[in-house]
Design a protein around this ligand. Structure first.
Ligand SMILES: NC(=O)c1ccc[n+]([C@@H]2O[C@H](COP(=O)([O-])OP(=O)(O)OC[C@H]3O[C@@H](n4cnc5c(N)ncnc54)[C@H](OP(=O)(O)O)[C@@H]3O)[C@@H](O)[C@H]2O)c1
Length: 280
């Protein structure tokens, strides 16, 4: 039996991609495609609701779906640690449904964030430069916020990074003490550099999204996870085994069925925790 899916934001770029993936895979059935003029109740025909709207609307959509017992996949930006804590509270201690929040569906981006997290405890001087299309309404990007928060958590015993002159606006916005610089440019899809300054060396980890097709595999993995989710799961890295040192043996590769989702770490957001420009 196929899983019934509703896509909220189905007229948008990401929503069209998700709707196409749902339609192409017989394990899913697209039963509702909602836009800004739809009634939220239209999503209730589905088992799984995918929210790919705008940051100012996403919370209402997700809470409506969860309150009505649906499982949810969130791809929208703007899911701060605080908002995610609110979802945990909403679902309670013994949840009968769940939500999967994915700040970035791209495998390469998730790997880059994991590599940055590994490197973070070896450097005290770290900054992020992220670039997206000019139409992106929130900044810093959800991926930059999550990268900064994960790096800060990994180097917690070393304390904040050594970022000088952060009182000057041109030094970027500090996220978990790490300066983040956001570029909004025509012609760019998405790019992130995490730059580590060391003694006599600079390490730069770069990920660039060339095409939204990079999200396809991650969306499929996340859809499968969302259809059986209980509680709150954050990040594609929670659904696939990256095989990092000290991690459990591989149980799922991208495109394969996900392993048991990891719990969302405290104080680490799903998406932009500090969006400075969010369209209501
Ligand atoms: N997780 C990831 O990997 C990833 C990748 C890319 C983008 N994103 C994020 O995903 C979100 C969507 O991106 P996009 O590029 O697809 O944006 P988009 O093209 O602007 O689409 C936005 C969608 O939201 C809908 N919408 C707006 N207000 C609504 C409301 N009140 N109720 C229901 N639907 C409403 C729009 O419907 P109308 O057409 O009717 O206005 C449209 O379908 C953004 O937050 C973006 O940052 C995440």
């Amino acid at each position: 039996m196929s899983v019934k899916v509703a896509v909220v934001g189905a007229t948008g770029k990401l929503g069209r991609l998700v709707a196409g993936i749902v339609t192409e895979h017989p394990e899913f059935e697209l039963v509702a495609a909602l836009g800004s003029s739809s009634e939220l109740s239209e999503m209730l025909a589905a088992d799984v609701v995918v929210d790919v709207t705008v940051p100012g609307v996403s919370q209402k959509v997700v809470e409506y779906a969860l309150t009505n017992g649906r499982n949810v996949l969130v791809g929208t930006s703007g899911w701060s640690a605080e908002r995610i804590t609110g979802l945990k509270r909403l679902l309670g201690d013994e949840p009968s449904n769940g939500v999967v929040v994915i700040p970035n569906f791209s495998l390469g981006s998730v790997l880059a964030t994991s590599f940055a997290t590994m490197a973070a405890r070896f450097y005290d001087s770290i900054e992020i430069v992220e670039a997206h299309a000019a139409r992106k309404v929130d900044s810093p990007s959800g991926t930059a916020v999550r990268t900064a928060e994960l790096m800060a958590a990994a180097r917690a015993t070393r304390g904040p990074v050594a970022a000088p002159h952060t009182d000057q606006r041109a030094r970027g916005q500090q996220v978990a003490s790490i300066p983040v610089h956001s570029l909004r440019l025509a012609g760019v899809v998405a790019k992130q550099d995490v730059i580590f300054g060391g003694t006599g060396e600079v390490l730069t980890l770069t990920h660039e999204t060339i095409s939204p097709s990079s999200y396809t595999q991650g969306i499929l993995v996340a859809l499968r996870a969302a259809s059986t989710a209980r509680g709150v799961t954050v990040g594609l890295e929670s659904l696939i085994d990256l095989g990092l040192p000290g991690e459990p043996a591989p149980t799922a590769a991208p495109g394969a069925a996900p392993s048991e989702p990891a719990a969302a770490p405290e104080n680490v957001s799903g998406q932009a925790a500090t969006a400075t420009s969010v369209t209501p």
